[in-house]
Each structure stands twice: as structure tokens, then as C-alpha cells.
Design a binder for this molecule. Structure first.
Ligand code: FES
Ligand SMILES: [Fe+2]
Length: 397
């Protein structure tokens, strides 16, 4: 990102901090039906019309550094494997053998030559071509060119690996990310080092879990002993990106942001005083700061009130000492625990309260513009009419 853009963001934050304001939505506060988190029909539409239709960020380039490196994922409602081929390109396949559909590989690892199916040892190269039929003389002749793996469209760009969920889909990362792509590309995410991963399987709707990454209104109350000790609460910039404004970027200032006022502008190091949390439609929260990249991927579970979150921490600076590794692991544990014991603790109890059916609405404040817009985007992309409405006036004393 250009330095002038970072300065502009810092100035907006200083203004908000000085005036006790924050980015806001012209139409807020708005009521949103709780059914949005509990209705099985909406949930089906989201899976079909959002998760089946739009490309998914599967991993960072850094997760597949060398030819033969592969990684499997099962959260796109189908088993997939992504692999880097001999030419350095990443390809994606259904993790399913063309003989009798067995899973080819598990987890993550490195393939020497190519895939060898564990069931009857059919072989496939890193481009998915069938290269060997075990005991072909007894099996009988088959046309190998018709027995390749099912390939899924895949593109690697800006340090991301994106995969389309259907073989006949067409997409480009630039089309999908729009003006946010080059901005994210400027962070050199492809160079970051993976520190650790954690996965949650929770009884919480996937959008409810996502909400917690999209506002800083809760920083002081919920995170008073953790994030709230260094981040300003209820104070953030908000910018939208993409063709329909479907992606966004929140800038969360640290309490030190006001220290910049005492320095000439050309001495500012703005990124020392805030971090960006990007939302990439439909299911990614991506924090970028000078040191860290925190990737949260959220997926619908089997039921409307279940979801899966995968959290990966990467470090952007070279991990060239034991001290750096130790500090990075500590940071990983800190964030995992904050999300686990604070954010996701509250999401789970909210979902339990929803189940009582005794409340009809949840309300997004003017100071939570990203929630109002994000939930509208979900409805719009799922082909459903918008349902949020103004808070009735005259109810307050
Ligand atoms: S299912 Fe793969 S070789 Fe038989
Ligand atoms: Fe939080």
C-alpha cells in the first residue's frame, strides 16, 4: 500500500479518536431478523448460491512452497486436494480416484512422483493425468486419457490460492477481489511463514461467528483484559471494495494512535499504530499488521447452527531466531484463546439464546456499518430480498 494511503487512514483514525466517533452507517441502527442465523432455508440458499457459486480462498501460496507439496480440504462440501506441479503452478482436483473414487491423499504433505491411490495403486501425475493402471494386463485395457482426476478451476495470485467449487466454473482472482486484490498483493503475503493452525467446530451459525470479526464496538466490554488493553474500542475506519462492495476493510487503531499528533507527518510510521482486518466475501477474515497475517476461514457446518473456523497465523518478517519463533507461538496462543474464550464463547451463548425463539430481532448500530452491509450482501448474493428495517422510533424514553 502507498504510504499516502496509510497516512490518510491514520488521519481518519486520529479524527475519530479525538472526537469520540467512528465510521458509521447513514441508515443505522437497523433491525435484522434473528431468522438470518436460524432459518434452515436461508442456510441452504447460502450453501447453494454463495458457497457453490463463488471461488473459495483455500490457502496461502506459502502453504505449498515447492513442487509436489499438497494440501487437502473438506470444508467446501467436497473433498479437494491442491498441489503444486513441476512447473510451479497450483492445481486443484477432487480428492477422488478415477477407478472407484477412493480418497487419494490425506492432510498435507509432499508427493514424490505423483498420486498413488491407496486402494488399488492407480497412479496420477501432478497435473491429474492417469499415468499407471496397476496390473493392467489383468485389469483390461482402458483409455487413460479418460481416467484423469476431476480438475477444479484454480488460480494463485497475490499470495492466495483460490479454487472454484465446480469444474465448469470460470473465475479470476482479480474479478473476485476487485480493487482489494492489488492492495492485498502489496503486503507480500506469499512470503509469510506459517506458525500454527487451530480449528473450531462450534454450534454457531457461520455468519454469527463472522460478525465478531466485523466490529470493534465489543473490544472494551468483551476483551477488557486482552485486546481491549491495547486497541481502541468502538473506533475504526471502514472501507468497501469489490464490484458490489462485498468485501471490506476495517482499520482498528491502537491506543497509541494519538501519539502521532506529536510528530511531523514525514516521521510517522502509521502501521505501528493500527491493524487492518479485511473481510473477503464470503467467509474470510484476514488481519494484516507489520508482523502478522491472521487468516480465519469460516465454513457452514452440517446444520444452520453449526460452523467450522480454521485459524492460521503467519509471520511476515523472517523467522530467523528462536526468540522470534517463541514470540510468534505466544502470539498464536494469545489470539486462539481470545477467540475461543471471549469471541466464540459469546457467539455460542448468543446462538443458544436464539434457539429459545423468544426474540425476533438483533440490532446493528450506526457504529457497526460493516454488519449492516455484510448481511445485506449475504441476502443479495443468495438471491433473497433484504429484510433489515429501521428501529422503530419513539420507543426510547
Ligand atoms: S479406487 Fe483408486 S485404484 Fe481403485
Ligand atoms: Fe473480538
Amino acid at each position: 500500500m502507498e504510504r499516502s494511503d496509510l497516512i490518510e487512514v491514520a488521519k481518519r483514525m486520529i479524527h475519530y479518536a479525538e472526537t469520540g466517533t467512528t465510521a458509521s452507517h447513514d441508515e443505522g441502527p437497523r433491525r435484522n431478523p434473528i431468522a438470518t442465523y436460524t432459518d434452515p432455508e436461508q442456510f441452504e440458499y447460502e450453501k447453494e448460491r454463495i458457497f457453490e457459486r463463488y471461488p473459495q480462498l483455500v490457502c496461502l501460496s506459502r502453504d505449498l512452497p515447492n513442487p509436489g507439496d499438497y494440501l487437502t480440504r473438506d470444508d467446501m462440501r467436497k473433498p479437494i486436494v491442491v498441489v503444486r506441479n513441476r512447473d510451479g503452478q497450483v492445481r486443484a482436483f477432487l480428492n477422488s480416484c478415477s477407478h472407484r473414487s477412493a480418497r487419494l491423499v490425506e492432510g498435507q504433505g509432499k508427493l514424490r512422483g505423483g498420486f498413488v491411490c491407496p486402494y488399488h495403486a492407480w497412479a496420477f501425475d501432478l497435473n491429474g493425468r492417469c499415468t499407471g493402471i496397476h496390473k493392467e494386463e489383468t485389469f483390461g485395457e482402458v483409455n487413460r486419457s479418460e481416467y484423469g482426476l476431476v480438475e477444479l478451476p484454480c488460480e494463485e495470485k497475490y499470495g492466495f490460492v483460490y479454487v472454484a467449487p465446480r469444474p465448469d466454473a470460470h473465475f479470476t482472482v482479480d474479478e473476485h477481489l476487485g480493487d482489494l486484490g492489488p492492495q492485498l498483493g502489496s503486503w507480500d503475503l506469499g512470503q509469510a511463514t506459517l506458525i500454527d493452525s487451530h480449528e473450531w467446530n462450534l454450534d454457531t451459525n457461520w455468519k454469527l461467528a463472522l460478525d465478531t470479526f466485523c466490529e470493534g464496538y465489543h473490544f472494551w466490554p468483551l476483551h477488557s483484559k486482552t485486546v481491549g488493553t491495547f486497541a481502541m474500542t468502538n473506533c475504526s475506519t471502514y472501507d468497501r471494495y469489490g464490484k458490489h462492495g462485498e468485501h471490506h476493510r476495517l482499520g482498528f487503531p491502537s491506543k497509541t494512535i494519538l501519539d502521532l499528533r506529536g510528530l511531523p507527518e514525514d516521521e510517522w510510521d502509521p502501521m505501528e499504530h493500527f491493524s487492518f482486518v479485511h473481510y473477503l466475501f464470503p467467509n474470510i477474515s484476514l488481519l494484516v499488521s507489520p508482523d502478522e497475517v491472521e487468516l480465519f476461514q469460516l465454513f457452514p457446518g452440517d446444520r444452520v447452527d453449526q460452523h467450522i473456523t480454521r485459524y492460521n497465523l503467519y509471520m511476515r518478517k523472517p523467522m530467523d531466531s528462536d526468540e522470534r519463533w517463541e514470540a510468534a507461538r505466544q502470539h498464536f496462543g494469545f489470539i486462539r484463546d481470545v477467540v475461543d474464550q471471549e469471541d466464540y464463547w459469546v457467539s455460542a451463548n448468543v446462538q443458544r439464546n436464539f434457539r429459545t425463539g423468544m426474540r425476533e430481532y438483533t440490532t446493528f448500530g450506526r457504529n457497526e456499518p460493516s454488519l449492516i452491509n455484510m448481511h445485506r450482501t449475504f441476502r443479495h448474493m443468495a438471491g433473497l430480498p433484504l429484510v433489515d428495517e429501521p428501529v422503530p422510533q419513539g420507543e426510547a424514553e
